[in-house]
Design a protein. Structure first.
Lengths: 256, 307
């Protein structure tokens, strides 16, 4: 337990001492600031696009942007861009330690392999949570300036569901990183898994009872629909715990 | 007294390759023990099993009486380990890494600070503020020895600790190892014979995954390889060399100018007959010197042409 706490402290220091502190938080800050602005200017952009293309008879009718559009833009960017960045950036969490030889040096000291896996996942969850909170607050602030300060509770729920989905992928990447053993391979498998989940989210039973239901649930909440996210959330938590347990079990059996 | 390390018929198979083939040895507590062998003999595999990084196919590896495979946490608490190519977090500094390593062992506070200062000094990294990513291989190796010592381990295991070092770096590391004699058990693998001769009191020679010889270094040098005798004469060297080669107590004789070196199987006969042979030819004897076999002689004899 002592070794675990020390290793977790190292992971947190590593986040603030390397590129990791910049990538995810900056992406979330970026989409937090730009999503409301993009939502605001999108109708004008499309109108000017139609005019500049010389299609004089073309009429594009777009309703005036509203607060929900800003938040939907944020969730779209978070799901399509940031989630892929999360998958790629955490793909080497164990594989890189093995490749660089740091795992062999650290794991001959009193810290367990399970401790290493759990510390890696926890530290990434903390980074993800901080980035999500920062991006969400900025988006609420900019949206309030550009539109108004409504739908905050709905948007917070959507952001929380996105965090649950991203946290699940961090756990899944721990397993893939251990199982595949290379950062590139794990990243590729992670993106493939994301695509599978996206396809499953279009199928009713999967959307109702599996983590696939977390995809798009936030959008429906922002749009004012009633969404039951209990089973998708519980299944995501269960799958994350299983993934971390499987990663630890597998790592304990590997030779370094 | 419990042995520091005990290998019992340790075997490790990778596919069709037997990296270890029933290796058996005992390292007494307090020894500075050299683990000698040519490249590919199985030294690193043995150390990786002892450190809990790999599992044997069969056999046992025990550290202070505990199974190195099953009691991994308890074993790790007692050992300091330096792998052959140590990997570091490049964003850390040397003192930061030593503090991190110390805290993993539960060392903290003034004791940790005192050890960090002392080990930085010992490894020649005091005052180096560059991050580890910018270190030379030699600096990394010296930091590796330092981090292995941070917990004041009962057993220090070093895999080829001097292979990446320049002569001064080698001397520093070997001096560090010598200074630990009597305080800690040191088990280090190497293929550099002079390092073993310089600091070890006991040595095991590993060849093709088997321990082919395990003995105190003095005993090892007096066994196996033949003693040699050097004869220097003032004249008629070719005839003397020819006659010496025909004597029943000699092995191969090599002449270089007026110096003849013969392997001998019976020292007493050599002492008695050499002056007689030289006098019989009415040649002038300048000197006769018995040459002890070097560790290299013994090593080459044990591992054949694979060294």
């Amino acid at each position: 337990m002592h070794g675990f706490a020390v290793f977790l402290g190292k992971e947190m220091r590593e986040i603030v001492s390397t590129w990791r502190i910049w990538v995810l938080p900056l992406l979330m800050v970026f989409i937090g600031v730009t999503s409301p602005v993009i939502a605001l200017i999108t109708p004008d952009l499309l109108s000017s696009l139609a005019t500049s293309s010389g299609q004089s008879g073309l009429v594009i009718q777009i309703p005036d942007p509203v607060t929900a559009d800003a938040y939907l833009q944020f969730t779209k960017n978070a799901t399509q861009i940031v989630l892929i960045a999360v998958i790629i950036s955490v793909a080497g969490m164990i594989a890189a330690e093995r490749r660089q030889g740091t795992a062999a040096l650290v794991l001959t000291k009193p810290v367990s392999r399970t401790g290493m896996v759990v510390a890696k996942v926890l530290s990434n969850w903390v980074l993800l949570l901080g980035a999500t909170v920062a991006g969400t607050l900025l988006c609420v602030g900019v949206t309030a300036l550009v539109f108004d300060a409504t739908l905050i509770t709905e948007f917070a729920s959507a952001a929380a569901l996105w965090f649950a989905l991203a946290a699940l992928f961090v756990a899944l990447m721990a397993l893939l990183s251990v199982a595949i053993g290379s950062q590139g391979g794990a990243a590729g498998a992670g993106v493939a898994l994301y695509l599978v989940l996206s396809i499953l989210s279009a199928w009713g039973p999967a959307r109702a009872y599996s983590p696939a239901g977390l995809l798009g649930a936030g959008d429906r909440i922002i749009a004012g629909q009633t969404v039951d996210v209990l089973w998708p959330t519980l299944s995501a938590v269960a799958l994350a715990v299983l993934a971390v347990a499987a990663a630890s079990w597998l790592f304990e059996r590997q030779e370094l | 007294m419990t042995s520091a390390i005990e290998l019992i018929a340790l075997t490790k198979v990778y596919g069709d390759t037997r990296a270890l083939d029933g290796a058996t040895l005992t390292v007494p507590a307090g020894a500075v023990y050299g683990f000698l062998g040519p490249n590919g003999a199985g030294k690193t595999t043995t150390l990786r099993i002892l450190a809990g990084l790999a599992r044997p196919t069969s056999g046992e590896a025990r550290v202070f009486g505990r199974d190195a495979v099953k009691a991994t946490t308890a074993v790790r608490a007692d050992i300091g380990f330096l792998p052959d190519v140590p990997g570091y977090y490049h964003w850390m500094t040397a003192d930061g890494f030593l503090r991190f390593a110390g805290r993993l062992f539960g060392v903290d506070g003034p004791v940790l600070e005192q050890r960090v200062a002392s080990l930085l000094d010992l490894s020649g990294l005091k005052g180096v503020t560059t991050k580890i990513g910018g270190y030379s291989r030699g600096m990394k190796q010296r930091l590796g020895v330092a981090q292995a010592l941070i917990s004041a381990p009962k057993l220090l295991m070093l895999d080829e600790p001097t292979s990446a070092l320049d002569p001064m770096g080698r001397k520093d590391v070997l001096d560090m190892i010598s200074a630990l004699r009597g305080r800690t058990t040191v088990f280090f693998s190497t293929h550099i014979l002079s390092d073993v001769e310089r600091v070890c009191d006991t040595v095991a020679v590993l060849h093709d995954g088997r321990v082919v010889r395990e003995a105190p270094i003095a005993d090892l040098k007096h066994s196996g390889a033949a003693t040699r005798v050097l004869v220097e004469i003032a004249d008629r060297p070719a005839e003397v060399a020819s006659l010496l080669a025909e004597e029943p107590w000699t092995g191969e004789c090599v002449r270089e100018g007026r110096t003849i070196t013969c392997a001998i199987e019976d020292v007493e006969s050599a002492r008695r007959r050499i002056p007689q042979v030289v006098a019989g030819l009415e040649a002038s004897l300048v000197r006769v010197e018995e040459l002890e076999p070097t560790l290299e002689d013994v090593f080459v004899e044990l591992v054949g042409g694979d060294a």
